[in-house]
Design a protein around this ligand. Structure first.
Ligand SMILES: [Zn+2]
Length: 502
């Protein structure tokens, strides 16, 4: 059965919907006219609603929605208070009388007041004085921080049920206090909001509530208020990071795959001898078999020492794709000129590297290279004094264009871009490799150093696919060659990895 396409789950703009300007792809929202001030629910508006998150965290949904309704009624009865958005910064501007009137549904219940007592942990809370007048003294600080964390955790995702409910509270209080109006034609929509969550199709009502809440952001709730920054700072100063515990990776056996890869290497080597017609330089034959054996060597290497699940596995995949595309391009332009150009360019690179090292003393030469071997390589086909050095790409193109010309761009698109980020140390790869999320919700799941990643998704199945594609090309260049890698996945075993895998 064919698996569902990823696009069926992706709700954002597709690549085709982006607008290209030079080398930049601009998403549709970023092209809307005018300057858009972005206010983040998590960063800016959620800290204004800490009191509501505590109510959500300690009551069943029916109960807290009914408390929210009582507060909306109170906002309606006290329209003169003009309490925009029901946030802490706004409450700070109310007089004692106004605050007490608005919050009567809470202040008149000992249980509800007790539930809000963790607010006293927050020394910079803008409306702290109001709460100090009413809340019971905090006795169990540790428990109170946990409650605060629970409330925030349920609301960090701006579309979670709790977050949608609190955002609904903000909307109905705006309506109740006369700050938000609906046109006569929107009567049905108003009913959906007022009778939330029992009337209408929730798949449409919930997003429309969130959109309304976002549209009516008041300045006190935006980044201009100092409270959101102070809140997150206080949480960081007062609570510790909870890095994810180190997970020992499950052992994955690759012996069968490695055995098969070694046998394949032998088979390709034997095919070389079977195809050998001359001892003269043959750039095509050397190129074809050289690239195949190089790719299989990478495959064997990535299967050893767990590399297929580590950072270097991505490096290997990228190089194997590069070999595949280069090979495909050469088969498309299957002339002596191209095969020679590929080879001469490589020799030129050896010469260039050698000439850059000649003036260095033995101790200055990098450990990975032996200059005399490099010189030999540079001179192998032709005395280097006659060898040109080409500083550009050997095909006067780039890999993407070569993949297009060779008709293998889908493979390039699938396997080349993301692994390249790991080779170049781009941020996405850095983020993925060395950072983990701190599990303390009061730190809004920020990034903290992770233990060394030894359990990345295995690149071995991808490598198998690519090697088989390269073997198809070998068979096309020097037919017939039938051997293919058949083992597609490493064997997962349940026992723990050996200690050397730590
Ligand atoms: Zn943290």
């Amino acid at each position: 059965m064919a698996s569902k396409k990823r696009s069926s789950k992706h709700s954002g703009a597709s690549l085709d919907q982006h607008h290209r300007e030079g080398k930049t792809l601009i998403p549709p929202y970023a092209r809307l006219p005018g300057k858009i001030e972005l206010s983040s629910w998590r960063d800016d508006r959620l800290p204004e609603m800490v009191w509501a998150t505590l109510i959500c965290a300690q009551n069943k949904r029916d109960s807290y929605l009914s408390i929210f309704r009582e507060l909306a009624d109170s906002a309606h009865d006290n329209q003169d208070i003009k309490c925009d958005g029901m946030g802490h910064s706004r409450f700070a501007t109310l007089t004692d009388v106004q605050f007490d009137k608005l919050f009567d549904p809470i202040l008149s219940s000992k249980d509800r007041l007790f539930q809000l007592s963790p607010l006293l942990l927050l020394k910079n809370l803008p409306d702290r004085d109001h709460w100090l007048r009413h809340l019971p003294i905090l006795e169990e600080e540790e428990t109170a921080w946990q409650l605060l964390g629970k409330g925030i955790a349920e609301n960090l995702w701006h579309q979670s049920q709790a977050a949608t409910d609190i955002r609904w509270l903000r909307v109905i209080c705006l309506i109740a206090s006369g700050k938000m109006h609906f046109a006569e034609t929107m009567r049905e929509h108003l009913r959906e909001v007022m009778e939330y969550p029992t009337y209408g199709d929730m798949r449409k009502v919930r997003p429309s509530i969130r959109a309304a809440e976002m549209a009516f952001v008041v300045p006190e709730d935006g980044p201009t208020s100092g409270w959101p920054i102070a809140f997150w700072q206080e949480c960081l100063n007062s609570t510790k990071c909870h890095p994810a515990p180190f997970r020992k990776p499950k052992a994955i056996k690759i012996e069968r795959m490695a055995d098969e890869a070694f046998k394949l290497y032998d088979a390709v080597s034997n095919h070389f001898y079977d195809s050998l017609k001359t001892t003269d330089i043959d750039p095509r034959m050397d190129g074809v078999f050289g690239m195949c054996l190089y790719a299989i060597t990478l495959h064997i290497t990535l299967l050893s020492s767990g590399s297929h699940r580590r950072l270097q596995g991505r490096f290997f995949i990228r190089t194997i794709v590069e070999i595949y595309v280069t090979f495909a391009f050469l088969l498309k332009n299957d002339t002596e000129t191209f095969w020679k150009r590929y080879r001469v360019h490589g020799n030129g690179q050896a010469k260039l590297a050698f000439l850059k090292l000649v003036d260095l003393s033995d101790s200055e030469v990098p450990s990975y290279v032996r200059p005399d071997e490099l010189e030999q390589l540079a001179n192998e086909d032709r005395w280097q004094e006659f060898l040109e050095i080409d500083l550009g790409n050997w095909a006067k193109s780039d890999l993407r264009k070569m993949s297009e010309e060779a008709g293998v761009k889908p493979v390039y698109d699938k396997f080349y871009g993301w692994p390249s980020g790991y080779v170049h140390g781009h941020w996405g790869a850095v983020r993925d490799t060395v950072f983990d999320l701190c599990l303390n919700p009061l730190h809004r799941y920020h990034r903290v150093p992770a233990p060394p990643r030894l359990d990345m998704g295995s690149v071995a199945p991808d490598s198998v696919k690519l090697i088989n594609l390269i073997l198809d090309q070998l068979s096309q260049a020097y037919p017939p060659f039938k051997a293919r890698l058949r083992i597609k996945e490493p064997d997962t075993v349940t026992e723990a990895a050996p200690t050397s895998e730590k």
